[in-house]
Design a protein around this ligand. Structure first.
Ligand code: SF4
Length: 323
């Protein structure tokens, strides 16, 4: 377990390890991610595992608008950088973020060619690859590990839940053992691994969440992203919600922040927190509408940590087994 004063000192005065603070220390400034849709699909959509996708998934709902009109990777990067420079004028370094669908789902030659296009762009200094844990064969990980000796590579693995019941209910098509295996094989090769967790999925309980937090604490993840379940148009959950809204109990902001904190307390202090939530565009959001912009989350979250007088790692047992 960590104590508060040590945590505040190592977290730059905050109660959790903020990824952006770490990036500034490690890389001397902000690294801005530019989202790319490289035209991949996923095995849960192309018929290999399923055709309808995970029950919550509508990738287009979360894609920046510039991706919806353009297909060439170069053009997407140029447009994305222009967009980010208006928002963050001092940013000098950009990462190509392969965000949409499963970006390691394809043969290795195709993957190499796709990543190379982005890495050849003069303003791109690395890549972030979002994918499912069952789309990471050893040969792909070996290639990414080799690539990481030449440029910055972050692998973002969709965990979504650590409960097999929850994963089955949302028609994910893999279990938590698959996630654990992929994370361990990636970390063994020295890859930087970010885990993506979705809180509020049907069948997730406080007990399953806490069990999951303890399991995550034992995994070699470098960073975590937290998202609240948002029901968006065009998904199976949206259909279910329309016919039986009571079957999907949705989180309010306080309950959500408390759930993130409950997980965070068990995570080791070295895990960097990349995101605290997401914001579906109003055009696709079905529910819940919190009426709160994403940029308000960090201050509210820090205030909640303060009110509960807790911090990341408070319940982490550094005994070599996590907990
Ligand atoms: S969430 Fe990911 S894995 Fe699930 S259907 Fe969407 S793209 Fe495929």
């Amino acid at each position: 377990m960590s104590n508060l004063s040590d945590s505040l000192a190592s977290f730059n005065g905050r109660r959790y390890h903020v990824y952006n603070d770490w990036v500034k220390r490690e890389h001397g400034g902000r690294l801005q991610k530019v989202s790319i849709d490289a035209g991949f699909t996923c095995p849960n959509r192309d018929g290999s595992l399923g055709v309808g996708g995970c029950s919550f998934c509508n990738n287009e709902g979360f894609s920046p608008s510039y991706l919806l009109e353009q297909r060439e990777i170069d053009t997407q990067i140029d447009t994305g950088i222009e967009f980010m420079r208006r928002r963050y004028p001092r940013t000098k370094s950009f990462l190509a973020y392969f965000q949409s669908y499963s970006n390691t789902y394809g043969n290795l030659d195709k993957l190499k060619k796709t990543y190379d296009i982005a890495l050849a762009h003069p303003l791109i200094s690395g890549i972030v690859i979002g994918t499912r844990p069952d789309c990471l064969p050893d040969e792909t990980l070996d290639y990414l590990a080799e690539l990481a000796t030449r440029t910055m590579v972050e692998l973002e693995i969709g965990i979504e839940s650590c409960s097999d019941d929850v994963l089955q209910e949302c028609l994910r098509g893999h279990d938590f053992a698959c996630t654990q295996d992929a994370i361990r094989r990636a970390a063994e090769r020295g890859l930087f691994v970010t885990g993506h967790l979705l809180l509020g999925l049907p069948l997730e309980t406080r007990d399953s969440l806490l069990d999951g937090a303890k399991a995550l604490a034992r995994l070699p993840v470098d960073a975590m992203k937290f998202h609240q379940l948002q029901i968006v148009r065009g998904t199976r959950l949206a259909n279910q919600y329309r016919t039986a809204p009571e079957s999907i109990p949705l989180l309010d902001p306080l309950t959500y922040f408390d759930a993130v904190i409950d997980v965070l307390e068990f995570l080791p202090p070295n895990i960097k927190i990349q995101r605290l939530g997401s914001e579906a565009p109003p055009t696709v959001l079905v529910s819940p509408d919190w009426g709160m912009r994403l940029d308000k989350f960090p201050a509210l979250f820090e205030a909640r940590l303060h009110a509960r007088d807790t911090w990341q790692g408070r319940l982490f047992l550094d005994n070599g087994k996590g907990n």
